[in-house]
Design a protein around this ligand. Sequence first.
Ligand SMILES: [Zn+2]
Length: 305
Amino acid sequence: MSEDFPKTEVEFDRRFHREQACLDYLFQLRWPEGFICPDCGHAEYWKSARDLYLCRKCQKQISVTAGTIFHGVKKPLTLWFKALWWFSTRKSGVNAVALQESLGLGSYRTAWCWLQKLRTCTIFPDRKPLAGQVEADEFYLGGERSGKRGRGAEHKCKVALAVERQGRKLGRLRLQVIADCGSAQLLPFVKDNVVAGSQITTDGWNGYNGLESDFIHHRVLSAQSEDKESVLPGAHLVISLVKRVILGTFQGRFDPQYLQRYLDEYVFRFNRRTSKTPGKRFWRMMQQAVCSPPMANRQLRLAAT
Ligand SMILES: [Zn+2]
C-alpha cells in the first residue's frame, strides 16, 4: 500500500478539516484496491447516504467506519482524526485534560475513553520480533514502592521487558504485563518477542532457566542483585524511563487492568523515538484503526467511574 499521510500539522489541518475527507481516507485505507463487500467479496456497489455502501450483489449495507474504532462514534471524524494526529505525532502524546480542552469534549471521562481507544491502535500484528543482542528483565510497577523482586512485591504489577542492544544504543522494545516472574511467564514472553537464535542477556534469576534451548543465553551475575546498572544497562535505563512516565502520569495510581495499554503506548513512542516522519506514525495508527474491533464504551468506562 502506498504511504499516504500529511507531513506537517499545517498539511493535516488543510486536508482533514471536512468530514468527507476523513471518510475518503478511511475508505482508501480499508479498500486500497477498491471496494470489496466483506460478506460476499463482490466489488460493485451503490453509494447511498454519507458513508454507506450497498453491495450490488448481496445488498449488504456497509458503513466505511464499520469494523473500525470509529464505528458508531457520535463526534465528527474530524475531531477523532485530530486526536489521533496529536496522539501519534507528538513526542509525549496528549493527555485527557488537554484533549478535552482542545477539542471541547463534554467531559474528562469522554477524553479518557478516546485515549483508551487510540491506545488499542498502537500495536501492529505484523511487527517484526526483536533480533541480535537483546537484554531481558522484569520489574514491578505500582504499589507503595516500585522496585525489583522483594518483599511486598505481590501487590504490584509485574512487567516483562526485552530490549535490543546495538552497541551502546538501544533498539526496539517490548513490554508485557505478566502474572508472576516464573519461567512459565518469562520464557513464552521472550520466545514470542525475540527471533530464535538471538543473543539474550539476563541476570541470574532462575525464571530464565531454559532460554538456552532457543537462544544464546548470557547470564550476568553481579555481587549485588540490585546492581542493575552495570549488569543490564539497557534494561536498567528502560525501567527507569517507564517508571518515570507511568508513575509520573498517574501519580503511581493506575488501574492494573489498563496497564498493558499504557505500556503499549509507551512502546509505540519508544520504538519510533528517532523517526523523522511523525506523519507516518499517524498513517500506521490509522491503518490499525480501520481493522480494530469497536470497543464497548461501557468496558472503557469501568476505570473512570
Ligand atoms: Zn455483498
